[in-house]
Design a protein around this ligand. Structure first.
Ligand code: GAR
Length: 207
């Protein structure tokens, strides 16, 4: 059973998708701990409702490196094997990433390498997509490396941008795709069905 730690900053709908995936027996893993950098994150309530240890860790008074050391301490204490960034809107330090190399999965609300990197998070991504006028966007589940949104891509799903879409409607459609591929990516990891060569991810025994 893979021990999972989930980091969040907000609503936690992606976290909920993982909780549901575990409850349905799809994901052979267990969420040991949820940590939020935002006190008001609704994801903390979702965690508590599912009887999962859910912590708010206040970033105030910490530089990014010491904050991440505190995060690492909590995750290691819970013996976490896989870290999932489910709407965690803070950049992780190199030290953190080194400790969990190829064991951190992030979900991003666009088709990487478009509309990603510094400054592209949450609603800003959908606003940029609409302003640019692309006809398709989507979601990407990827491993986290030292860059911002540059790590090996595990799964992607396409979402059409329709006339009349707003940030709100686009976000809803992309969230559906995010939930689907994030659950699938975590499932594949827990089933040891992912291999990585350089930056190319291959799914072993694709059904
Ligand atoms: C999601 O759309 C996720 O992809 C995005 O934040 C939202 C969190 O929603 N993450 C990023 O933009 C990271 N660069 P949720 O709290 O309902 O899961």
């Amino acid at each position: 059973m893979v021990k999972i730690g989930v980091l969040i900053s907000g609503n936690g709908s992606n976290l909920q998708a993982i909780i549901d995936g575990i409850d349905k027996g799809l994901i052979k893993g267990k969420i040991e701990i949820i940590i939020s950098n935002n006190k008001d994150a609704y994801g903390l309530v979702r965690g508590k409702n599912s009887n999962i240890k859910s912590l708010f860790m206040d970033p105030k008074g910490y530089d990014p490196i010491s904050y991440d050391r505190k995060l690492l301490y909590e995750l290691k204490k819970s013996k976490v094997d896989l870290v999932v960034l489910a709407g965690y809107l803070k950049i992780l330090s190199k030290e953190f990433i080194d400790q969990y190399k190829n064991r951190i999965i992030n979900i991003h609300p666009s088709l990487i390498p478009s509309f990603c990197g510094k400054g592209y998070y949450g609603d800003r991504v959908h606003k940029a997509v609409l302003d640019y006028g692309v006809k398709y966007t989507g979601a990407t589940a990827h491993f986290v490396d030292e860059g911002t949104d540059t790590g090996p891509i595990i799964l992607q799903e396409i979402v059409a941008v329709d006339d009349g879409d707003t940030v709100k409607t686009l976000k809803e459609k992309v969230l559906q795709a995010e939930h689907k591929i994030l659950v699938q990516a975590v499932k594949l990891f827990c089933d040891s069905k992912i291999s990585i060569e350089e930056r190319i991810v291959r799914i072993i025994d694709k059904e």
